[in-house]
Design a protein around this ligand. Structure first.
Ligand SMILES: Cc1ncc(COP(=O)(O)O)c(C=O)c1O
Length: 609
């Protein structure tokens, strides 16, 4: 195999590898809309290919990329697409992704200006822009770190330095053993990353005082404790579950009366300041002393990109400065002196590219659109009869589908389906599904798809509802079901039929002449006629039939539906799927219902749970 030129820099090898990487990246991104958001079992199993002994031989760089794509790409989570709603994860904007390709080609070490004047310069520019967006003084000092957890840690280290210095203690030299105590106050719904940062900074959890919070997770300003002088108060802009904001102005005034340092964990919420419609939510946070945020969340810069900012530039520098004879800092700001890490890649470039491409208008639109989509989710779920647990103030939605097991089951189905991905949480004792709309790539169509999937109960959930319905009379099956979301307006008509277990020929080829007779007939009960005799299986009107296949995580539509979709290139294989006996449910669920076909409509499901 040819080797790289030792003199001439990049050679054909590099160019070939880059060409393959570009081709594969383009194909990956193009395919995002058509793939399952979460990798399937076969993709995960194929990861075994990476488990080889450390190779003896060289491998052609292009082949390395090919292997990575072949076995790695299918096992990725499609967070770059529009249907990932887990955690708080944005997708990389086009400009930030492309800039990262170029910056990778530059291969800069951003630690010191002498190593990369361009990155040092861009870092200064972009930090000023972030101060402007957040409405904080532009002479604040800052650094670009990996994530909000690291940003929280960096800010708390600066706070520690400043607070102890006021008591005549030099923590850089004397450490934390024997240092004057610092009281730490957080809200009850503090993010775990702040607690981790407090641990890393040597504060420990036991000395942390927690302020009670309200139903949205906001610190209660009427419950602020007595505060010692020189304390550290951590507040939050954007609760990870509800998106709520602590009452910053009141807390900052109270804290500053006690000469406390106020730190803001604003991993995503601080970016609400970019929009005139949401700026009121961050009012008062500009009064704080330090701020931590992420650009890889709402602003959709690519990973990893956290930002720390501190009003007291000297404290941040004192806490983070590194010095050695060989480093020889220049006269100007050195990036490594505001962050825990030294050598690092050119994160500032990607952040700059994201903000430059959006501009004020684009960033405001991104915030506003994702918030509007979150509200739409919430409205759809409420209309479907589910309980939205939070006030949807920004881009976060918490929804409960009833009992904890039901919510978990819905979440499992949503994740298994692969159409989108949502995670779970427990909010003030209640199990909930979290929906975070954080990506520029999320469209209304993505939300619509997702809403439909959630609004549509899984077979297992239906089984449970049905079980509870035994003995009750069923509502009019022809009435529009409130639980169907957009399906109720779509071509599948107003009724959903869950084919739970039935001979495949029966489910997929119902004799046309029998439909009418059964169409309007209400289902009496699972496997029972009104007089308690076993009844014949319910016939499935062809256009209204809908079968869910838990094994395959996709819809199995009846034959007639496929006939309508002949032009669809997948119709043949989907028709085959429809004929195959794939709509089996796990035995437990099958036994629960004892009816081969369940017509599911107009069940006031939440009240039944
Ligand atoms: C409020 C808050 N703080 C901190 C973090 C941690 O962010 P990171 O994973 O970037 O460290 C998160 C993550 O979602 C968050 O929501």
């Amino acid at each position: 195999m040819p080797t790289e030129s030792r003199l001439g820099g990049p050679t054909d090898l590099t160019m070939e590898a880059l060409r393959v990487a570009e081709e594969r990246s383009r194909a990956y991104l193009r395919n995002l809309a058509n793939r399952s958001v979460y990798p399937g079992e076969s993709a995960l199993a194929a990861l075994a290919q990476f488990h080889e002994p450390f190779p003896d031989q060289r491998c052609h760089p292009a082949d390395v990329v090919r292997m990575l794509d072949e076995f790695g790409s299918p096992a990725t989570v499609a967070t770059a697409g529009g249907r990932y709603f887990g955690f708080v994860i944005g997708g990389a904007l086009p400009a930030t992704l492309a800039a990262s390709w170029l910056a990778s080609a530059w291969d800069q070490n951003s630690a010191f200006r002498v190593m990369s004047p361009v990155v040092a310069e861009i870092e200064e520019v972009v930090l000023r822009w972030v101060c402007e967006i957040f409405g904080i003084p532009d002479d604040c000092e800052g650094g670009i770190v990996t994530c909000a957890t690291a940003a929280n840690f960096t800010a708390l280290a600066a706070a520690r330095h400043a607070l102890l210095a006021r008591s005549g203690w030099n923590v850089a030299e004397d450490g934390m053993f024997g240092a004057p105590p610092i009281e730490v106050v957080v809200g009850d719904e503090v993010h775990a990353s702040v607690l981790k940062a407090l641990n890393l900074a040597g504060f420990g959890q036991r000395r942390v005082k927690r302020v009670p919070t309200d139903a949205q997770g906001r610190m209660r300003a009427d419950r602020l404790p007595k505060l010692a002088k020189n304390s550290l108060v951590c507040i939050q802009a954007g609760n990870v579950n509800t998106g709520s904001f602590d009452p910053a102005a009141e807390v900052c005034r109270w804290a500053h009366d006690h000469e406390a340092w106020v730190h803001v964990d604003g991993a995503f919420g601080l970016w609400a300041a970019a929009s005139a419609n949401y700026r009121h939510l961050v009012a008062g946070f500009e009064m704080a002393d330090s701020w931590a945020t992420d650009a890889h969340k709402w602003p959709n810069a690519n990973y990893d990109c956290g930002i720390v900012l501190a009003r007291d530039a000297a404290a941040l520098r004192a806490a983070m400065t590194i010095s050695a004879a060989y480093l020889q800092p220049g006269a100007r700001r050195e990036p490594a002196n505001q962050t825990p890490d030294a050598s690092r890649r050119a994160r500032a470039v990607e952040l700059w590219a994201a903000l430059k491409s959006l501009g004020k208008q684009g960033l405001a639109e991104l915030v506003e659109r994702t918030c509007a989509l979150a509200r739409r989710f919430a409205a759809g779920l409420r209309d479907a009869g589910y309980e939205v647990l939070n006030d949807v103030v920004i881009n976060q939605v918490l929804v409960s589908f009833g009992r904890a097991e039901t919510t978990q089951e819905v979440m499992r189905r949503v994740q298994e389906d692969g159409i989108c991905w949502c995670g779970g949480t427990v909010w003030q004792g209640k199990t909930a599904m979290r929906i975070s709309v954080s990506s520029w790539a999320t469209s209304e169509e993505d939300v619509e798809k997702r809403e439909t999937r959630v609004a549509q109960p899984s077979p297992a959930v239906c089984c449970r509802w049905l079980d509870q319905l035994k003995g009750r009379s069923y509502s009019n099956p022809r009435q529009t079901s409130p639980i169907l979301g957009s399906h109720s307006r779509g071509r599948l008509c107003h009724t959903i039929l869950l084919v739970l277990a039935t001979p495949p020929t029966y489910a997929t080829h119902p004799p046309a002449h029998r439909h009418r007779a059964h169409r309007a007939r209400p289902l009496r009960g699972p496997g029972q006629s009104p007089r308690g005799r076993a009844c014949r299986p319910l016939r499935v009107p062809i256009r209204e039939a809908y079968a869910a296949s838990p094994q395959h995580g996709r819809d199995v539509l009846p034959e007639a539906h496929h006939r309508d979709k002949r032009r669809d290139s997948h119709s043949e294989s989907r028709a085959r799927t429809a004929r195959a006996p794939e709509c089996r449910l796990p035995a437990r669920e099958f036994r629960l219902t004892r009816v081969p076909v369940i017509k599911f409509s107009v069940l006031q499901h939440p009240s039944l749970q």
